[in-house]
Ligand binder design. Structure first.
Ligand code: BGC
Ligand code: CA
Length: 438
């Protein structure tokens, strides 16, 4: 009995939908009698009868800041699996962190005869920390401490807290490491580390890092043999403020063009997090969801324009619904291959055909309009790929401090076909999804 009612209702709906199609001039031919349509396209067609696709059902990609608990790092699966077309795009933080640590350790070994500037037998480094509540920043701090042997483990995890000043080696957050190179034994010590957050609350703050190196160098400058930073923005600020002039190798992360160029002047090295691949994936997963095609299209499987990513540039973790780009170390040996951080990846540089992939509109925010990496590397890449993938994107730049500064500008989500979100704080996914629920 109940079944029959539903069947009757469906017949009525079908009649209605055919009528609706018949009366609209352009879309009727493809919808009528076409059995080859994907479920997503059908769902879209159905719901457009009653208006539009509900905002909560639209493709949603989180990027650069993975929804997760800022104290424990636990992934926020509610946000990551918000709807069928939700994904995260970032990079492999552990692989990159290990590379960064190894790059610094390799440098020490290769330059052991000159690295100990004051000859006290201690190789001293200072560390600029980006954001103590951001899993990517935490991973980098751990990666450096792990490779240099200065990390202290609690419950199987290396402590990632800042030490403050530790010139005497008494901190309990880190430990002195002992290394023997060419028959001689040295101590490696983390002399100081600090989260580079300004008084307004902006993290990864380059200016704060520039001030910190000023303070550190004026009180124990001759002990600093190496400068390490969670990113290039802070690293370059310290390099320009002090280490370049004093010949102290400085290591960052991101491979922004200015940092890569500085390698010629003595910047120690950086890590390329394959922003070209991340920016592409950010829009590609949206494009695929909107087209109702397999999510791997143009990623691991060549698309109709010939785009496919090299498989050594990313990994996909289905359970975490996350795409992670792989990292590459950039040093004096290979930096000439990485001089333009805004160059798109040659393997995915073909424009999609507008007749098969109609222009769609996307709302995207960058959590901090003045972030070095996102502003000088990631956004220019996004702006190249949006054209290739026929996406009309509205870019919103946040203040890096308050989520509401951004969410206030998502006043009318119904205007967009999809959303790409870069949060201020990794815990705050619900501030966005609650808007899509309305
Ligand atoms: C970058 C940092 C940047 C941060 C923003 C990281 O992946 O390495 O430079 O400040 O993203 O969330
Ligand atoms: Ca020394």
């Amino acid at each position: 009995m109940k079944k029959k009612v539903i069947a009757t209702m469906m017949a009525a709906m079908l009649t209605f939908s055919l009528c609706a199609c018949g009366s609209s001039s352009s879309s009727s031919s493809s919808s009528e009698g076409d059995t080859g349509e994907s479920a997503a396209t059908e769902a879209a067609a159905e719901s457009s009868d009653s208006g539009e696709v509900a905002n909560k059902d639209k493709p949603l990609v989180w990027f650069n800041r993975q929804p997760s608990n800022s104290s424990t790092g636990e992934l926020d699966m509610t946000a990551l699996a918000y709807n069928e077309d939700t994904y995260y795009v970032g990079f492999d933080a552990n692989q990159g962190a290990e590379l960064q640590g190894t790059m610094v350790m390799d440098y020490i070994e290769a330059n052991i005869d000159t690295i100990d500037r004051n000859g006290d037998g201690i190789i001293g480094y200072v560390l600029a920390i980006g954001d103590i509540g951001h899993n990517d920043s935490i991973a980098r701090t751990r990666g450096v401490r792990s490779a240099l042997g200065t990390g202290v483990e609690t419950d199987g995890e290396i402590d990632s807290d800042p030490t403050g000043t530790n010139t005497d080696g008494s901190s309990s957050i880190v430990q002195d490491a002992e290394v023997t190179i060419n028959g001689q034994t040295y101590i490696i010590r983390e002399l100081a580390s600090q989260e580079m957050k300004n008084s307004a609350g902006t993290t990864w703050d380059a200016a704060t890092a520039g001030n910190a190196i000023g303070t550190w160098s004026s009180s124990f400058g001759e002990q600093i043999d190496i400068v390490v930073s969670n990113n290039d923005g802070m690293g370059m600020s310290m390099f320009n403020a002090w280490s370049n002039e004093n010949g102290v190798p400085t290591f960052g992360y991101d491979a922004n063009s200015d940092a890569v160029a500085a390698i010629a002047e003595g910047y120690g090295g950086t890590i390329n997090q394959h922003a070209d691949v991340q920016a592409y994936l950010t829009f590609r997963v949206i494009r695929n969801a909107l087209d109702g095609v397999d999510i791997d299209t143009g990623i691991g499987t060549e698309d109709d324009a010939g785009n496919v990513l090299p498989d050594d540039t990313y990994v996909y973790n289905e359970e975490e619904r996350s795409y992670y780009a792989l990292n590459v170390a950039v040093t004096a040996e290979n930096y000439t291959e990485f001089t333009d951080s805004t160059k798109i990846n040659d393997s995915v540089a073909n424009q999609l055909d507008e007749s098969a992939h109609a222009t769609k509109s996307v709302w995207l925010d960058i959590y901090n309009a003045s972030d070095n990496f996102l502003g000088s590397t990631y956004q220019p890449l996004l702006q190249s790929y949006d054209d290739l993938l026929n996406l009309d994107v509205e870019y919103i730049g946040g203040d890096g401090q308050t989520e509401s500064n951004i969410t206030n500008r998502l006043g009318n989500p119904s205007q967009y076909d999809a959303f790409a979100i870069n949060m201020v704080k990794t815990d705050n996914a619900a501030s966005y999804t609650s808007i899509l629920e309305q």
